[in-house]
Design a protein around this ligand. Sequence first.
Ligand SMILES: Cc1cc2nc3c(=O)[nH]c(=O)nc-3n(C[C@H](O)[C@H](O)[C@H](O)COP(=O)(O)O)c2cc1C
Length: 309
Amino acid sequence: MSQGSALLRPVTLGDLTLPNRVVMAPTTRCRGSVPSPLHALHYARRASAGLIIAEGTLVSPQPVPFVGVPGLFSDAQVAGWRRVTDLVHSLGGRIMVQLWHAGLRPLSSTEIASAIADYRCAAANAVRAGFDGVEIAANGTYLVAQFLNPRLNRRTDAYRSPSLLLLHILDAVHSVCPRVGVRLSPYWLPTDSTPPCPAYLPSEATLSVYDDLVPPLTSLAYLHLRGPALFSPDAFSRYRKLFPGFFIANNGFSAATASDAIDSNLADAVSFARHFIANPDLVTRFALDQELSLADKAFNYAGGPEGYV
Ligand SMILES: Cc1cc2nc3c(=O)[nH]c(=O)nc-3n(C[C@H](O)[C@H](O)[C@H](O)COP(=O)(O)O)c2cc1C
């Protein structure tokens, strides 16, 4: 029996059937602001994932966090993504897209209103482009997390409640796209890097913001939780208990730890970023207990096909 056996059990995500629980996590690769045939090849080679969550994709032309990040605000981008989704679907896969806004400086209520409108428009474009749904990036250091995470505090008078911006974005996006997930990183720290340092722990003040945020998120297709750099079952079970729906865990999992997480009901599925970068056939490798290739970081954000397809 393969180490990743629980990962290979099919599961339903609303009205989608996932043939396995190996989710491809969003991974920015900076291969162009308009998705090209190279993007299509990259995702098509990973179509055996239970679900692909395509890379962080900008909802508006500004701000640009890194050069070469794709968007969903122009017709050319919709057409480029359509090539990707058609190919993934023709290979029997499922693909959603992560919607990303890097944050605004300075912040005014007019700008926040226009950012929410941009989310709505990008979600409608995602549907037009053939995606099976969208994931709102509320993790890391970007716009939504800047409101949620007290360490990044960018709240304004109109958005004093940490979760209000996310709830407004969800309303806007739900009006045009039925399948919406959210990615959260309550354990994110300024030191969120490898090697992990156990001396830095997120404050209870931060975690309690997320404790309040999660239970009302009942309309979500899934919650995608990036856990702490050092694996801790409690870190996941804290939010698993608060969220009644489909739960995807992430950060540093192997086939064995991911399978255990599913067997112990810590998550419904597990997402992998670095393993998918280096192993397009990750599901097969898990199934056959084959050795995994290691990603060469030098190609993470380098343009071109090398280290990408
Ligand atoms: C090259 C690279 C690009 C990434 N891009 C994104 C992204 O676009 N959106 C996001 O939410 N996380 C992004 N991440 C974080 C991953 O989704 C994931 O949380 C992290 O790599 C831990 O998972 P892993 O241990 O399976 O790699 C990226 C990670 C890497 C290595």
